[in-house]
Write a protein that binds this ligand. Structure first.
Ligand code: HAM
Length: 416
């Protein structure tokens, strides 16, 4: 073998497809139920879209982007997240002129040059959705409710919803000053990366996973104590609405998220007992992003969950998944001269809406039936010389191994 899939990528093999299709189908019907429309954006975008929106000092932009120059000399980047492309498309296609909020969802491959491990890939897939053009905390509650109902529809349990508010551009600078003051007393105790964060992106200090930093972060000033009255009011209303919707949540003062565009509400859904690295989905408000990308000030928020992590949790929790549709019938023949009849019969069954596959080659009938069995196909049709003269074939139930002659003309009805 000369090649393997690149490190941090995974083939989605046929035996994994039932999980993938199930999660996608639950996601799509959820979006229909909440009035979200699908949007597919290109896999790559102008690099500037991400540096500008996600933020130069985030891990994603600083370390993880797959950036390349195309033959025309343009700097392009494989999308490292799905929100900025949606906002770009919202502006590019005149969606500010539509009734607001505009509600969009996506299922998309995402690229981040990370250190691969269980549930962390360099190519992963997200189901995400964005509600653009509404500042009401009721829409925050709806977006969070939708995430919560998504996992409930998947029958995932033992999840916790972590919530925080990180303020807006009006109140955050004062909070960051207080935070920096606090950390100034610990410069010798924090990790080298946090020393850089202290200078460049102090909010991310709260997010450090190193045990020494965790302890310092746990005593740090809390953003919710430094919110302006508008942000404070927004957060209180959101908590009230979540209460009304009976969605349990925990306020987590250290939750800041890894992308710089967030304002006010941030939230994550984590498996109970899991670490922040096992976060199954996260999102929040980004009220300045559309303006940052050249639009008018437009409040917005959204959520995204990683497909691979969802499937990991479905497997860990041993949740049964509906099987994928299978061909209904396998057409076999008793001698090679009947192969043409089998081929014709399979084609005519498919035309009448019965999914069918036919045996090929010159295997014995026994071997053909073994093949039907190993494919898990529930019925087999045996095309035999004598039966054919009478316009019949033998229909075999593969589970009970019982068989009976049936008129060919009645097959579509019997199998339909
Ligand atoms: P994010 O938290 O970076 O947010 O990613 C969302 C989810 O994608 C994570 O919670 C995780 O389940 C999954 N994920 C992230 N990185 C990886 C990886 N390397 N391997 C496997 N799964 C991963 C965003 O991307 C935001 N755009 C979410 C958002 C939407 N905010 C507002 N709207």
């Amino acid at each position: 073998m000369l090649y393997r899939a690149p490190r941090g990528t995974a083939d989605i093999l046929p035996q994994k497809q039932a999980h993938w299709r199930h999660v996608e189908q639950v996601a799509v019907s959820l979006c229909q139920g909440y009035g979200y429309q699908r949007l597919d954006c290109p896999v790559f975008e102008d690099t500037g879209l991400f540096t500008r929106s996600v933020g130069e000092d985030t891990d994603i932009v600083a370390k993880e982007m797959y950036t390349f120059a195309d033959k025309g000399g343009n700097s392009l980047t494989l999308r490292p997240e799905g929100t900025a492309p949606v906002c770009r498309a919202y502006l590019e296609h005149g969606m500010p002129n539509l009734p607001q909020p505009v509600k969009l969802y996506y299922l998309a491959a995402i690229y981040r040059y990370e250190r691969p491990q269980a549930g962390r890939l360099r190519e992963h897939h997200q189901f995400g959705y964005e509600a653009i053009g509404d500042a009401d905390p009721a829409i925050d509650a709806e977006v969070i409710d939708m995430a919560w109902q998504f996992f409930a529809s998947l029958k995932l349990s033992r999840l916790s919803l972590q919530l925080n508010s990180i303020g807006c551009k009006k109140c955050r600078p004062a909070y960051l000053a207080v935070l920096k003051d606090y950390y100034a007393g610990y410069t010798d105790n924090i990790c080298p990366e946090c020393k850089i964060r202290l200078k460049r992106n102090p909010l991310r200090l709260l997010d450090c996973k190193k045990s020494s930093c965790l302890q310092i972060a746990s005593q740090a000033p809390r953003s919710i104590d430094h919110l302006c009255p508008e942000c404070g009011g927004h957060f209180n209303q959101l908590k009230e609405y979540l209460g009304l919707l009976q969605i349990p949540f925990a306020v987590n003062h250290r939750l800041v998220r890894g992308l710089d565009y967030y304002t006010r509400t941030v939230f994550e859904i984590q498996p109970e007992g899991g670490s922040a690295q096992s976060t199954i989905g996260g999102g929040g408000r980004y009220d300045d992003l559309i303006e940052e990308l050249g639009g008018k000030p437009t409040p917005a928020l959204g959520f995204a969950a990683g497909m691979e992590r969802i499937i990991l949790n479905l497997k860990q929790q041993k949740i049964p998944i509906p099987p994928l549709p299978q061909p209904r019938v396998f057409i076999t023949y008793t001698g090679e001269e009947l192969k043409k009849e089998a081929l014709k019969l399979a084609a005519s069954l498919r035309k009448s809406g019965v999914s069918a596959i036919e045996a090929t080659g010159s295997r014995s009938l026994k071997a053909q039936l073994r093949q039907a069995n190993s494919l898990g196909i529930p019925c087999a049709v045996i095309v035999g010389e004598e039966e054919l003269k009478k316009g019949t074939v033998i229909l075999r139930d593969m589970t009970t191994a019982t068989q009976k002659p049936v008129p060919i003309s009645k097959l579509p009805k019997i199998l339909g």
